[in-house]
Design a protein around this ligand. Structure first.
Ligand SMILES: C[S@@+](CC[C@H](N)C(=O)[O-])C[C@H]1O[C@@H](n2cnc3c(N)ncnc32)[C@H](O)[C@@H]1O
Length: 430
């Protein structure tokens, strides 16, 4: 029965929706009316009569195909000035017993919405999204920015962002187009690196811990990539630092993001593998990648122009020297001793900065508290202790895989929930 109805239902397409004009074709078993619906109101209709030789060519046996084109204008005020609504184009047979079909649907915005979103003022709501995106949405839907600290509140906010990204006109506003372009471009790049980066370490035995050259997932690294955009939008200045690069897999993805944002990236590594650390379960020299090898990988898979490499064990590199101001750091260093050695640079971090670390699992995050205890293979306690010492205790959330995100509890810009971010990126068509 359902199949029969499908066979009897009209088919068609909307080829153009430009301003108020709707144009396309529709073809059924008999004469049709094409209707534009907003919610439960039919706001316009038309009878197909325009010549469509292309459709006639595609459906040579259909006698109405040659004149199945339609074009009509939506009336002024079809969508209320401040509304965001779904417009459905329905092909309805004039013989009422035949089924009708929705041949296209679109998000449409009323005239006033574009102006309101683009003229949004500098607001005071802080959250894990770009500041200008929060300000724009708060100008129209303040209730959707009211709970950006909770996952449910972030999901509600992201649902609105997704809707705007699907709405012609609104999705071209600079604030939304810039954000969508960054997310789409960097995620596509991550997928390219994931696919093409060398999978195995020629210097290691099969089965060794460092045999695989891709120890992080796109999900983990994309959380950092998103946060770089967010921090920049909040006016947090400084460079981005990566500690621990192995063969340069994460460096390739993160350097590309930095190049998109005009940020400098620093990569700190011994380029000789891990230092000795008794009781850690690791061996000295594991996860070694030579400087030339990593440089070559970052040039081939990332954006080498924004990267400065700093060769040396952290204890030596930071014996006297300190890095420039930093907005964000990512450490994947495996060892407590390494985190302790590098955390001497923590005062270079902006008080609103974010930190990401590997060697985290979900269980250490409890309602914004971080519950973890010292051990030779745990780099988190030295990071927490150093920030306590600086008077900036950290809070955080689990990201994915073995990655966690941290930020100063009272001054930091929070990091978005990973599932909310993944859903947003999926809906941008990447
Ligand atoms: C697990 S790997 C990093 C993986 C990397 N994020 C990736 O995506 O491939 C750890 C790296 O940290 C470096 N490392 C650890 N402790 C260090 C220290 N104290 N000084 C310098 N480099 C260190 C090692 O050389 C190693 O390459």
């Amino acid at each position: 029965m359902a199949r029969l109805r499908r066979n009897l239902a009209p088919k068609g397409n909307v080829d153009a929706l430009a301003g108020a004009r709707v144009a396309g074709w529709a073809l059924g078993r008999g004469p049709l009316s094409v209707e534009a619906w907003v919610g439960d109101r039919c706001v316009a209709h038309s009878f197909p009569a325009i010549h469509r030789p292309d459709v006639a060519h595609a459906y040579p046996d259909h006698r109405r195909a040659a004149t199945c084109g339609f074009a009509f204008d939506l009336p002024a005020g079809a969508i209320a000035s401040d509304a965001l609504a779904e417009l459905r184009i329905v092909a309805r047979p004039t013989r009422r017993w035949l089924p009708s079909a929705t041949i296209a649907s679109f998000q449409m915005a009323g005239d006033g919405l574009e102006r309101k979103l683009s003229e949004a003022r500098n607001g005071s709501i802080v959250g894990p999204f770009p500041k200008q995106v929060i300000d724009a949405i708060a100008a129209v839907w303040p209730e959707e920015c009211a709970d950006l600290g909770s996952v449910a509140g972030q999901a509600r906010f992201a649902a609105r962002v997704k809707q705007i990204m699907l709405t012609p006109g609104l999705n071209a506003l600079p604030v939304f187009a810039d954000y969508a372009r960054y997310l789409a471009t960097t995620l596509a790049h991550c997928r390219f690196v994931e696919r093409h980066f060398p999978a195995t370490n020629r210097q290691a035995e099969a089965g060794a811990a460092d045999f695989h050259c891709k120890p992080n997932s796109v999900r983990e690294l994309f959380a950092i990539i998103h946060q770089l955009y967010v921090l920049k939008s909040w006016g947090v200045t400084g460079d981005f630092a990566e500690f621990g690069c192995f063969k340069g897999y994460s460096s390739a993805m993160l350097s590309f993001a930095c190049s998109q944002l005009g940020l400098n990236m620093h990569v700190f590594n011994s380029f000789e593998g891990l230092p000795p650390a008794a009781g850690s379960g690791y061996e000295a020299g594991q996860y070694a990648g030579g400087l030339d090898e990593v440089r070559d990988h970052v040039a081939r898979f990332g954006a080498i122009n924004c990267v400065t490499f700093h060769k040396g064990f952290f204890a030596d590199t930071f014996r006297e020297w300190r890095p420039p101001a930093l907005m964000c750091l990512w450490m994947d260093v495996d060892l407590e001793v390494s985190a302790r050695d590098l955390m001497v640079i923590a005062d270079a971090l902006d008080p609103r900065s974010s930190l990401f670390s590997h060697e985290c699992n979900a269980s250490i995050f409890e309602d914004g508290h971080i519950i973890t205890s010292p051990s030779p293979d745990n780099p988190i306690p030295p990071m927490l202790a150093r920030h306590e010492e600086l008077g900036r205790p950290l809070t955080g959330r689990y990201v994915a895989g073995y990655t966690g995100a941290f930020w100063p509890r009272s001054t930091g810009i929070p990091v978005v929930d990973t599932e909310v971010l993944a859903d947003l990126a999926r809906n941008l068509g990447v």
